[in-house]
Design a protein around this ligand. Structure first.
Ligand SMILES: [Zn+2]
Length: 285
């Protein structure tokens, strides 16, 4: 199934069109530079072995996510989600990662990111969206979980020590029995994070704040994500009220997203809503 995913993704490499619609008095280069500097700082200590292992690790997690829900079989939609996703992912400094996007065949309203750039949105989530900026906002949030390496850091499988053989490669990249066990345990823990425990609160804040700038840099109206949260928030909160109190509620997320957009002037950077293309492509009942 992953083969399908990678083929669908690679078909789009050459077909990504520019969606940048910047206001004349803004300077996207300044935004880009600011992002790149911040992300480079976060990437210190990453080796090529780490990256290869992150991708291998993420591929296994992605396979388990697909195994759980199955892919939504619609080529046009798959291409479209990749088009939007790749345009927001183009604004990160993790160019060593080929981001891939796919739709999961479930009514559950959710999105997932596995390390190495495997991003999923559910069919249920798409049915609640009104335009492309909302889709871009959700995908950008998931892309940010990958660029900021939230799972890798939380599982403590990346070394802080830049001089030694890299952390991830050392811990899960070997072929010994112990390495295989460590790899399997790390995959299980990552799936627990995704399906049960959630990310740390500060990681959600960071993914929201980082993601919203990825969206704006791709030319999208950055209020897409808060608008989407306002739509799904009340229903999701009802479903999940027994969850732990450390997980940020939608009202809180809307509030800090609105502050970020305002304080960073992101609404002047991205304007595109893409409602027409969204409604003509995403026709899920
Ligand atoms: Zn998140």
């Amino acid at each position: 199934m992953l083969k399908t995913l990678s083929i669908a993704a690679s078909v789009l490499v050459l077909s990504v069109v520019s969606v940048n619609v910047f206001a004349a008095d803004d300077d996207p280069a300044v935004w880009r530079q600011r992002k790149v500097t911040k992300e480079k700082a976060a990437a210190v200590g990453t080796t090529s072995e780490d990256i290869a292992e992150e991708i291998r690790f993420g591929r296994e997690i992605a396979a388990r996510i697909i195994g759980r829900y199955g892919l939504y079989d619609n080529d046009e939609l798959m291409k479209y989600v990749n088009l939007v996703g790749k345009s927001v992912a183009a604004n990160t400094c993790r160019q060593e990662i080929q981001f891939r996007f796919a739709v999961l065949n479930t009514e559950e309203v959710n999105a997932y990111a596995a390390p190495g750039g495997y991003i999923f949105i559910t069919r249920g989530a798409l049915t609640h969206m009104q335009d492309e900026a909302e889709l871009a906002g959700v995908l950008a949030h998931e892309v940010a979980h990958v660029t900021q390496k939230h799972i890798v850091k939380e599982l403590n499988i990346q070394s802080e020590d830049t001089s030694a053989a890299s952390g991830m490669a050392r811990l899960i990249g070997g072929t010994s029995e112990a390495a295989r066990t460590a790899f399997a345990q790390a995959v299980d823990k990552a799936l627990d994070m995704l399906f049960k425990d959630g990310y740390k609160r500060e990681d959600e804040v960071e993914a929201d704040r980082t993601g919203v700038s990825f969206s704006a840099l791709a030319g999208y109206d950055p209020t897409g994500l808060p608008r989407y949260l306002e739509i799904i928030g009340p229903t999701k909160e009802k479903d999940t009220e027994v969850l732990d109190k450390t997980h940020p509620g939608y009202k809180e997320r809307v509030s800090w997203l609105t502050d970020t957009i305002k304080n960073d002037g992101l609404d002047a950077v991205g304007k595109k809503a893409g409602r027409e293309r969204f409604t003509s492509t995403v026709r899920i009942k």
